[in-house]
Design a protein around this ligand. Structure first.
Ligand code: COA
Ligand code: ZN
Length: 216
């Protein structure tokens, strides 16, 4: 383990395992699961939902009607992924992450929530207990700190944390904090101190004008 709590990087191998549904899981016959998907104890996957190949869904997780989860994702226990959530590939959703779908709920009425959408692009990681407000998207390779309350779009490669979550830095593909290397006309070049790999942080990411490109 290195001293920064991140340890060494070991790729998560998605083997050619069979799809596994724990006997207590409740997967709608109208949900679509890719090969090698695992769904563990007491999790529910609703009708019309799509879960991509090799994705692991932990215990007591809810995946709502028509929600979409990509390939090779890890959805940890007690996450709530409601209707309107569209998650890309290789996404980590921490335990008890909640995408909230009604900004002003009342017990006695149900709003039309059908137009709410969250886009979580490829290779995002969302820490434990994060709450994401409706119509908020998260850009590829972003890292959302534990317990964050995400009220605004999170640009690609951003490290965000807090209540409300704010950009506090930029991370590489492997979630190392990057340092500024050079200023360019259309953004800043950041470099990973571990690997030397450079990533361009576009101006529109840094200025909060980013919008998700996925689904394409
Ligand atoms: C956000 C995160 C990546 C930051 O890690 P880091 O860069 O090593 O940060 P540090 O521990 O050096 O902390 C830096 C500062 O940020 C604060 N901080 C760290 N994580 C925070 C969080 N999630 N929310 C708010 N503040 C946080 C620290 O208190 C510290 O503040 P200080 O400088 O005033 O003392 C990490 O703390 C985190 O939350 N990771 C997600 C863990 C998780 O949920 N994993 C799911 C698997 S179960
Ligand atoms: Zn790196």
């Amino acid at each position: 383990m290195s001293g920064d709590g991140r340890g060494s990087v070991r790729p998560f191998a998605v083997s050619a395992r069979e799809t596994y549904l724990h006997p207590t899981s409740d997967v709608s016959p109208r949900a679509t699961l890719g090969p090698g998907t695992q769904v563990w104890n007491w999790s529910q996957i609703r009708e019309g939902a799509v879960v991509g190949a090799g994705t692991v869904v932990g215990q007591q997780t809810y995946i709502g009607v028509n929600a979409r989860v990509g390939e090779r994702c890890r959805i940890m226990s007690k996450a709530i992924i409601d209707t309107g959530v569209e998650i890309g590939n290789d996404v980590f959703v921490g335990p008890s992450v909640i995408f909230t779908n009604d900004n002003a709920p009342r017990a006695w009425s149900t709003r039309d929530l059908s137009r709410i959408r969250w886009v979580v692009e490829d290779a995002v990681s969302i820490g434990a207990n994060v709450v994401v407000l409706p119509d908020v998207s998260i850009g590829h390779h972003a890292l959302v700190g534990a317990m964050s309350f995400v009220t605004r779009n999170v640009p690609p490669h951003a490290l965000v944390m807090g209540n409300a979550a704010r950009v506090v830095g930029w991370v590489c593909k492997e979630a190392h904090p990057m340092t500024l290397d050079a200023e360019l006309a259309d953004g800043d070049l950041y470099v990973c101190p571990e690997t030397g790999e450079q990533t361009k942080i576009l101006k529109e990411w840094a200025t909060g004008r980013w919008l998700p490109a996925w689904p394409r």
